[in-house]
Design a protein around this ligand. Structure first.
Ligand code: GDP
Length: 469
């Protein structure tokens, strides 16, 4: 049986908008499979590109024509571009966000619409100062999906890849909802951590026993460790190193510092850590150290105030008082939800896995570059953030450059650490705009480099110096 034809993604648009740079970015380092079609080397370039989920698609660049940006294209080249568009499963119409929408962009949009092929608009060069509003302008081309990118600086390209992945699934299965289904099927690794005697082992037993769960022992990722796989409400979970938790729970009440070392290993293997705190004693420095290790590892965090059956009697105050106390004494857990539970009576235990699943989802959440700049753009322009040295930082744009944990790059005039209060302000804005609860957020500052050339695969006439910047 011959393999199915590859999914064809055609990069189109007028000259000099950055098609070639986007083409190269989508190829990444895996450039070896370039197929030069005989005779059309400079007109249409094809290569196999690989998505982060390992699926392969055929990337077709229609560029190579008219590098000086004159409006008239030689008819033969234009025809090849049109033929490529007609054969596309998805067209990426690239426009220059800095230049705004020009008549030739509209002409290209019309041509694509006439072809009847699916299209998303790429508003490229959003790193240029004027770019931000032009990205919104790109909606006027009449395609509902617009992605802001800077191919030159690898910004927003992951959003484009995600869209290609979505369209590929849609083409293969008739629906694009599969990725979220796949997401729902993703196994969530859970580490139960905390000081000795707080009730970790009791909690694991409660989770395994009280849940009407399908449970099985599975080999752990590290040698000698045993994980427990369970399924609940159609979701799959893996409790990491349960044997270790139980063993230590029974026998080892050794030095407290050990619990952090042991927690670290377990944390490395998980998506979400359940930090068990003894509510009858209140949080300690050791709890804070473990929460810090979870944040450092970029993992999700759920705080479980266990032994609440005792805490209630000892008048630790209301649940709300206790939550406030926890947040102030465990600074690295400010973003974490708190559940008041009793592993002994079973109170609250049924909510633990559902809450952990929500956190795992938040940890993989994405905000598109366009939305991000709508949320943050104005706030950062009106009040430029200060760096650790106290100087204001000129921000050009913000992009999410990763998930698990969500990572945001602030592209600015210079790369300098933000003052911690500014980091906090930006983090708060992000948390107001989307549900990241339980997940750490990373914020980085990157300098915008003006002259970093886009590595071109396609042979090009010598570049002329850029005018804008
Ligand atoms: P680990 O060392 O963190 O694994 O803690 P264990 O699960 O061994 O629990 C330590 C002790 O606390 C045991 O005597 C448990 O019975 C008790 N314990 C655990 N959870 C609770 C709870 O929710 N309420 C009360 N009252 N006792 C608990």
């Amino acid at each position: 049986m011959s393999p199915p034809p590859p999914f064809r993604v055609v990069v189109a648009g007028r000259p000099n908008v950055g098609k070639s740079a986007l083409f190269n970015r989508l190829l990444g380092r895996r450039r070896s499979l370039v197929h030069n079609l005989p005779g059309v080397t400079r007109d249409v370039l094809e290569a196999d590109a690989v998505l982060p989920d390992e699926r392969t698609f055929r990337l077709v660049d229609t560029g190579g024509y008219d590098p000086d940006g004159r409006e008239k294209l030689p008819a033969a080249i234009r025809e090849k571009a049109v033929a490529a568009i007609r054969g596309a499963d998805l067209v990426l119409l690239v426009v220059d966000a800095a230049a705004g929408v020009l008549p030739s962009d509209r002409a290209a949009a019309r041509l694509i619409r006439e072809s009847g092929r699916p299209c998303v608009v790429i508003a490229n060069k959003i790193d240029r100062r004027e770019g931000r509003d032009a990205e919104t302008e790109a909606f006027e081309l009449g395609f509902p999906d617009v992605y802001g990118t800077s191919a030159e600086h690898a910004i927003g390209v992951d959003d484009v890849q995600a869209e290609i992945a979505r369209r590929m699934t849609e083409a293969a299965h008739g629906t694009a909802d599969l990725p979220s289904e796949a997401e729902a099927n993703r196994e969530i690794a859970i580490a139960v951590v905390g000081r000795p005697n707080v009730g970790k082992s009791s909690l694991v037993n409660a989770l395994i026993g009280a849940e009407r769960a399908i449970v099985s022992d599975v080999p752990g990722t590290t040698r000698d460790s045993v994980d427990v796989a369970l399924e609940r409400d159609g979701r799959r979970f893996r409790l990491v190193d349960t044997a270790g938790i139980r063993r230590r729970g029974r026998t080892q009440k050794g030095p407290e510092v050990l619990s952090v070392v042991q927690a670290r290993k377990r944390i490395e293997e998980c998506d979400v850590a359940l930090l068990v705190v003894d509510a009858s004693e209140g949080p300690t420095g050791q709890d804070a150290a473990i929460a810090a290790a979870v944040a450092e590892a970029g993992k999700g965090l759920l705080l479980l105030a266990n032994k609440w059956d005792l805490a209630g009697r000892r008048e630790v105050g209301t649940a709300e008082d206790f939550r406030t106390a926890l947040a102030s004494q465990i600074p690295f857990a400010r973003h974490a939800p708190v559940l008041l539970i009793s592993a002994k009576t079973g109170r609250g235990v049924s909510r633990v896995l559902a809450s952990a699943a929500g956190i795992a989802e938040n940890r993989r959440r994405r905000i598109s570059t366009g939305e991000l700049n709508r949320i943050l753009g104005r706030a950062l322009r009106d009040k430029p953030p200060r760096t650790a040295s106290g100087r204001p930082l000129k921000v050009f744009y913000v992009a999410q450059t990763g998930i698990a944990p969500p990572t945001f790059s602030i592209v600015a005039g210079r790369a300098e650490r933000l003052h911690f209060s500014e980091e906090r302000r930006i983090e708060n804005l992000l948390r107001e705009s989307a549900d990241f609860s339980g997940s750490p957020i990373r914020i980085r500052v990157r300098a915008r480099s003006r002259n970093e050339p886009a590595a071109a695969v396609r042979p090009r006439p010598s570049r002329r110096p850029r005018r804008s910047g």
